[in-house]
Design a protein around this ligand. Structure first.
Ligand code: GLC
Ligand code: CA
Length: 562
């Protein structure tokens, strides 16, 4: 059966519920808060929401540690609130995706508790346990958050595997009855009217277990676990079954968090692929080494960024459909990542927006990105809530960095940069909450950067609205959604330009990725300016010069009909 691809027309907005809107003044965002803000999202123009996990959870890893898949965490509201959100959003033409976290559960999940209590129970085989004769761990893998990947159960020589925190034991997908439990749960949500899922760490569900001591790759004597748990042979059997038993019959939209190598891409996103699209990490993790060590950041140039984006577009276009994004709850703010600090402002922010928004694929906007929210700088490592930030800091210090340097580097990349409360207005707590204390600090720049103020002038918010409108509901929609992607050669390596093409129609999108002027050759006459971030230049371009002069961080999209 071929997938019907309604999601190609979607623009998705990602919500981090803990930080979106608090409705009951406890300092924590909640579902009722989201319901209260649906008007804002409608006006922005998006038509799909992806909700980060709201299931019951001890919140060791921001809710990615689920203790009950069927119920809503009281911190966020009730099961009824979730139903209400799905229904109200639906009435406004907005569909909801939830996060599906099935590589692991919380250690507080009933299955794991039963497995601990009785090693002979059927639940023991839902997880990955290994007993050793000498009481040493089965091998020296390092989890993604920096600790050893095996944790010993007190008073025994029995260990369990966790790729993430020790409160996130990995599930054993080899066990059929576990798989059936997962499918039942997925269908429970889809039957409620959910449009689909963003699927967490799904490339990790097949493990290649080997028990020995590997050559360490860090001062801690451990070895990065990725090579044994990412995209392992045999994973396709699980993914095929999952899709056939759940998503396909519902025609769901599915976005897999899985960095898939080119040779596997067809299986994942081809016509008969497992998922509607996958998140590719190549350009969002361009500053992170392959081992995931943020504390050893990699420098990159606009030219490298261009190559990476173009390569990702080429690959995805050959096989299927892609997901476009610059930010999410695991990334720092995109403006801080891609733009030198002194250049951060309206022009560089809108240029970044245009750069990703006109690519081929479904765009995902992360909350606050549409108003140009920026990184936060907190005072000390204790102010950070994110488990990965603490882990990276500890490793940096162990690796010999002095504490100040370690903190500076880690703070810049911290996932908490994007998890601070949404900045709605210039009032108390940026309009996020009436509480005395919010669960994570509000970024002190909220008086300058907030949604309410951006109604009154040329703003990043208005630019995003326009981009969304152009894509979803304009005479350019067809070319923006369906046009073929083609790089456009420029003499200046810091100018990033590409085209979208359908028959004799062409959209040329140009970005001057630097704080100095540049120029670009424009093919043909009869160009029509579609959107740009320098209003003056924008008009000029209607009379098309062959050499078009670009202002610092200018972006402009031109439509050519030949
Ligand atoms: C994914 C999530 C991240 C989480 C991890 C473990 O990468 O996006 O937030 O920490 O999986 O579930
Ligand atoms: Ca609340």
């Amino acid at each position: 059966m071929r997938k019907t691809d309604w999601w190609k027309n979607a623009v998705v907005y990602q919500i981090y519920p803990k930080s979106f809107q608090d409705s009951n003044s406890d300092g924590i965002g909640d579902l009722k808060g989201i319901i209260n803000r649906l008007d804002y999202l409608k006006r922005l123009g998006i038509n799909v929401i992806w909700l980060c996990p709201v299931y019951q959870s001890p919140m060791d890893d921001g809710g990615y540690d689920i203790s009950d898949y069927y119920h809503i965490n009281p911190m966020f509201g009730s099961d009824e609130d979730m139903d209400e959100l799905i229904q109200k959003a639906d009435k406004m033409g907005i569909k909801i995706l939830m996060d599906l976290v099935v590589n692991h559960t919380s250690d507080e999940h009933e299955w794991f508790q039963k497995a601990l209590k009785d090693p002979d129970s059927k639940y023991a085989d839902y997880y990955i346990f290994k007993e050793t004769a000498d009481g040493n761990p089965p091998n020296n893998w390092r989890s993604y958050f920096g600790e050893p990947a095996w944790t010993k159960i007190e008073g025994t020589n029995r260990f369990y595997l966790h790729e993430f925190s020790k409160k996130q034991p990995d599930l054993n997908w080899e066990n059929q009855s576990l798989r059936e439990e997962i499918y039942r749960m997925v269908n429970y949500w889809l039957d409620k009217g959910l449009a689909g899922f963003r699927i967490d760490a799904i490339g990790n569900i097949k493990k290649r277990l080997e028990f020995k001591t590997f050559q360490p790759d860090g001062e801690d004597g451990l070895r990065y676990i990725g090579d044994w748990v990412l995209n392992q042979p045999g994973i396709e059997i699980f993914l095929q079954e999952l899709t056939e038993k759940t998503f396909r019959p519902h025609n769901s939209m599915t976005v897999a968090e899985a960095n898939v190598p080119e040779e596997l891409l067809n299986l994942f996103i081809g016509d008969l692929g497992f998922f509607s699209m996958v998140f590719d990490f190549s350009y969002t993790d361009i500053d992170v080494p392959a081992t995931g060590e943020w504390f050893r950041p990699k420098a990159f140039t606009p030219e490298e960024l261009k190559k990476t984006i173009f390569e990702s577009q080429r690959m995805v276009q050959e096989k299927g459909w892609g997901a476009l994004y610059l930010e999410n709850h695991d990334q720092n703010r995109s403006v801080n990542k891609y733009i030198p600090e002194k250049d951060i402002g309206y022009h560089s922010k809108t240029m970044l927006a245009s750069l990703f928004f006109f690519l081929r694929g479904t765009p995902f906007i992360y909350q606050g990105q549409e108003i140009g929210m920026e990184n936060i700088r907190m005072d000390s490592i204790e102010d950070y809530d994110d488990i990965a930030t603490r882990g990276q800091y500890k490793r940096a210090v162990n690796a010999g960095f002095d504490k100040k340097t370690a903190f500076d580097i880690v703070a810049k990349r911290s996932r908490d940069n994007s998890r601070t409360p949404m900045q709605w207005d210039s009032g108390k707590n940026a309009g996020f909450s009436n509480a005395e204390h919010t669960w994570l600090k509000v970024n002190p720049n909220y008086k300058d950067i907030n949604a309410a103020d951006q109604e009154f002038s040329d703003s990043v918010l208005k630019f995003y609205r326009k981009l969304i409108h152009l894509r979803r509901d304009s005479k350019y929609s067809n070319i923006i959604i369906n046009g073929e992607f083609l790089p456009y050669e420029t003499e200046d390596p810091c100018v990033i330009a590409y085209q979208r093409i359908i028959l004799n129609e062409r959209l040329l999108v140009i970005h001057n990725f630097q704080n100095i002027k540049s120029y670009i050759r424009i093919p043909g006459k009869n160009t029509e300016a579609v959107i740009g971030n320098y209003t003056g230049n924008y008009h000029q371009s209607n009379t098309c010069q062959e050499l078009y002069q670009l202002s610092p961080y200018e972006c402009i999209a031109l439509y050519l009909n030949t």
